[in-house]
Design a protein. Structure first.
Length: 264
């Protein structure tokens, strides 16, 4: 397997009025990778005052490249089944091209885990994509970088997708950008697109065809936070191991179901 990395900001999360805890795509991706026994480098950011969040990430045992930021992204949210109510309490810092490349080292397969649309400008993705395969979480297309109740819209820079080989879209994100059929998927210009539908499984767009992949059974899930992040990185890791896209989605579904069954 060629070197794998995940890059994105850590977040300070408040779930259902509980005490703040570590969150963000890098944290949940690292949990999934540890569960699957896959080595990867983690590049992340948070403020100096939130080093306790960083310690929780480092404790997972994967190599971490930390870059200090002026602020840490912060969210508060609650769940009603698969539905999430979410607010943005603070915005973190965008990644600049050089620091992003430094953070991932020699990785060839890279999962980009933005928390808002501002985290990874097109110029940064262009730098990351040189000689690498990028997977990108659709949160980075639709989440408006503004504090208050989370807003979603389709006002993203189309140049972002020029550098992406694999795009993971949650059902809500797909609806925001108008992905309703195969023609729209083709128009996005991304070779592989994975549409996740929570407990109803996923659909992979690959080589001009849609491939349906069922979800893995899970018992009662109290907190599904991070399931999408775990799916995205597990899919990329399976692709790096040589799985074709439908098989990679099945493997990712298994990792997510196992992680959710074990809880935090």
């Amino acid at each position: 397997m060629r070197p794998l990395a995940v890059i994105g900001n850590l977040s300070r999360d408040v779930v259902a009025d509980a005490p703040p805890r570590v969150g963000g795509g890098t944290y949940y991706a690292a949990r999934a990778l540890r569960l699957a026994g896959i080595e990867a480098r983690i590049g992340t950011k948070c403020a100096q005052g939130d080093r306790d969040l960083l310690r929780r990430l480092v404790a997972l045992g994967l190599p971490v490249s930390w870059h200090p930021a002026a602020a840490t992204t912060a969210f508060s949210f609650a769940y009603d089944g698969d539905h999430r109510r979410m607010s943005v309490d603070e915005l973190g810092e965008p990644w600049q091209p050089r620091e992003a490349c430094d953070a991932i080292g020699d990785a060839v397969w890279v999962h980009v885990a933005p928390l808002t649309r501002a985290d990874f400008p097109a110029a940064t993705l262009a730098a990351l994509a040189r000689g690498r395969r990028l997977s990108f979480d659709g949160q980075g297309l639709v989440r408006v970088p503004r504090t208050g109740p989370l807003e979603l819209d389709d006002d993203f820079d189309p140049a972002v997708l020029r550098h992406v080989r694999i795009l993971k879209l949650a059902e809500e994100e797909a609806g925001v950008i108008g992905v309703e059929g195969e023609s729209r998927l083709r128009e996005l210009g991304v070779p592989e697109i994975v549409l996740t539908h929570g407990s109803r499984g996923s659909v992979v767009w690959w080589r001009g065809r849609l491939h349906e992949v069922p979800a893995q059974p899970v018992g009662r899930v109290v907190d599904p936070t991070g399931a999408g992040d775990a799916f995205g990185v597990s899919y990329l890791a399976a692709r790096a191991l040589g799985y074709e896209p439908p098989g990679a989605a099945r493997r990712a579904a298994f990792v997510v179901s196992t992680m959710l069954s074990r809880g935090r």
